[in-house]
Write a protein that binds this ligand. Structure first.
Ligand code: GLP
Length: 237
């Protein structure tokens, strides 16, 4: 595990965008999985800037998303579909056919997860955020190490935190890639910013693997980069 501590969120975003741009420049056909949430937004902005300045080209990339609320219309501004297109895909030159996201409108969510799991293979780089309760993607506490893409009931903690962005019709479920699929990615870049992530970061770094805190499953990954800002690292020794 490589831990990079930055002085603030801006530096975290810059460092993460540089690592990803280097990966894409080394392998333009990279298969990469992106996370939603507030944390990677700064990194996406810097990648877009890199694209505009011709420092990085996304034309051969294949992109995946980690999760989506269920049920969730693509048109809903709170969907991860909208999030990914607004923050990244509409602003770079990745071809539409190379973008794979879980469909929150699927009539049969179990089948949707099974089909997504078949596509979610040979991922070179996976960018992850972290929930305050230690969830990764939407693998809530209790998720098993061998879990695959599936329908997951959101925890009360996640609901109260994430639902601030919903005006009505809050979803109670999500579709999310599983822990085993995340661990199968060749490189993982985990981002954590702010003091409300400090407990989860401490568990990842100082405590044993436990299903009660899914981010700890990453401890055993052979190519994990953790990028945290000072606030997220404030409980570390
Ligand atoms: C969501 C997503 C995660 C994300 C996490 C943290 O629930 N499912 O993939 O990492 O929240 O989000 P934020 O960066 O907004 O704290």
């Amino acid at each position: 595990m490589l831990i990079i501590t930055t002085k603030n969120y801006r530096e975290l975003s810059k460092r993460a965008s540089e690592i990803i741009a280097d990966e894409i420049n080394a392998n333009p056909k990279l298969r990469i999985c992106f996370s939603s949430g507030k944390t990677p937004v700064g990194m996406y902005n810097m990648l877009v800037k890199g694209y505009k300045n011709k420092k990085v080209n996304f034309s051969k990339l294949t992109c995946f998303g980690l999760d989506e609320y269920y049920p969730m219309s693509k048109k809903n501004p709170s969907s991860f579909y909208s999030y990914f297109f607004n923050n990244l895909f509409n602003r770079i030159n990745v071809p539409l056919k190379n973008i794979h996201l879980l469909n929150g409108e699927a009539e049969n969510p179990v089948l949707e997860c099974r089909n997504y799991s078949k596509k979610f293979k040979k991922i070179d780089v996976c960018v992850l955020g972290i929930g305050v309760n230690g969830h990764i993607a939407f693998n809530e506490p209790g998720s098993l190490v061998n879990s695959h893409t599936r329908v997951i009931k959101l925890s009360p903690e996640t609901i109260s935190r994430n639902f601030k962005s919903f005006k009505k019709d809050n979803p109670f479920y999500s579709l999310s890639v599983g822990i085993s699929e995340i661990l199968s990615c060749k490189k993982i870049i985990l981002l954590a910013s702010g003091k409300d992530k400090a407990d989860a970061v401490k568990k990842l770094i100082d405590e044993k693997v436990s299903k009660d805190c899914p981010v700890t499953y990453l401890k055993n990954h052979r190519n994990l980069i953790v990028i945290i800002d000072k606030d997220a690292g404030k409980k570390l020794k």
